[in-house]
Design a protein around this ligand. Sequence first.
Ligand SMILES: Nc1ncnc2c1ncn2[C@@H]1O[C@H](COP(=O)(O)OP(=O)(O)OP(=O)(O)O)[C@@H](O)[C@H]1O
Ligand SMILES: [Mg+2]
Length: 507
Amino acid sequence: MVPSTISEMWTTMGSTIASFMFLWAIVRQYCPYEVRRYFEKYTHRIIGVFYPYIKISIHEFTGDRLKRSEAYVAVEAYLSANSSKSAKRLKAEMGKDSTNLVLSMDEYERVTDEYRGAKVWWVASKVVSPTRPMSYYPEQEKRYYRLTFHKRYREMITGAYLEHVVKEGKEIRVRNRQRKLYTNSPGYKWPSYKQTMWSHIVFEHPATFETMALDPDRKKEIIEDLVTFSKSKEFYARIGKAWKRGYLLYGPPGTGKSTMIAAMANLLNYDVYDLELTAVKDNTELRKLLIETTSKSIIVIEDIDCSLDLTGQRKKKAEKPLHVDEKEKMDKEKKESKEEGSSKVTLSGLLNFIDGLWSACGGERLIVFTTNYVEKLDPALIRRGRMDKHIELSYCSFEGFKVLAKNYLNLETHPMFDTIHGLMKETNITPADVAENLMPKSPLDNAEKCLSSLIQALEEAKEEAANRNAEKEAAARKIAEQEEATSKQTEDPIPAREDVGRSQENN
Ligand SMILES: Nc1ncnc2c1ncn2[C@@H]1O[C@H](COP(=O)(O)OP(=O)(O)OP(=O)(O)O)[C@@H](O)[C@H]1O
Ligand SMILES: [Mg+2]
């Protein structure tokens, strides 16, 4: 029967759909699984003949579940930039520098995009898998984007369009990137789908190489090294080396090691992963943490000498024969540390973290260690190739002081600089101490007051150093005298027999 009017046509279509839905409901309710699968399969095929659209899903987590899919992240960025004009339901997040809100399409929202005359539709969606009975983990959400387009554009969309989306998405991400400071949170629940092993805040440290008190030549050398690294993707690929570089920053407290890490991150626009090694349970957890880091990042382990017993001394200690009570004491300590849930990360685990096979995933990463006592570290940990560049940060030089005077007081020169120059030659002061003295403490403090305060600090430091030296010399003299006395005694313990006889004769 051919429908004669439009209303009749609608009625026929409506009743066909209703019958189909009714049939589907019966199949779902009463038919066994095999029949249902059969029904679904053929329904899809029949629909496929008449339905001219193709769908592509891009899931947030792919098979390995360890990392967010790069394609998903790129599409997310592309759509957030392109959908905000056409989507009706949007979600807002704080953008770069916390100054503006970035809009992106909300879940289940559909937006249209056009590419070389072809229309495509994007939908943001998610499936929630129900929790299994007695399951420890909460229900899992699997988010995905679905792209729909007419099959006549198949080649263009699957090729050029998707390439364009991923490329533009990546560029947008770099442009809008709000850099983050991550830290590993102890007590996470692995392997939950949603929880990551790192928690983060926005990275907003203002330090730059310009504001750092360092000799200009060294500064230039470090900057060039970093910039060359960041542009050497092809070079590293060509020489067959993972695209990463290790930096060891060492020097006394307050000489700018942490400040330099912030300056590095700001120079290269990288994220910072501040790894608290003592909170890492074991080597496996350390590897998982590594996998979760993104490229364009700096992985930092501060005060590596204090982090764990990585100095290689434990082995030596164990090699010595132990007394029974010493052994008991060690066993007790071991037991206690286990109870406290302390870290079981080993030196070899850390070496693997730095340059094992897993360390190559991701690429474009710096690994930075800081320490106050470089001599305490195991040489294997800091050998070239692992820690490629060793940077000593030491006491403030006059050049360094001039940078700080410019930063803090906006002074390039001043008559008092000569006195400061003279004192700096005679004594050591850390950049942190210089910075503290140059900092105005009240609105009335002017440059002269701050410079006088620095001169006073330098004079005090000089006096303290002189006292310390005098004490050291006195102690050394005392030890020398004692040694001389004991060596005399050992040389001449009992008077010789002839001497005794001679003295008796004299008597
Ligand atoms: N080279 C420097 N240039 C500019 N400021 C510096 C420099 N060194 C230290 N400072 C100032 O001193 C403060 C402390 O420096 P920082 O935390 O970087 O020292 P550190 O070497 O990491 O010390 P620690 O070994 O105790 O961790 C910083 O906030 C910074 O203001
Ligand atoms: Mg520090």
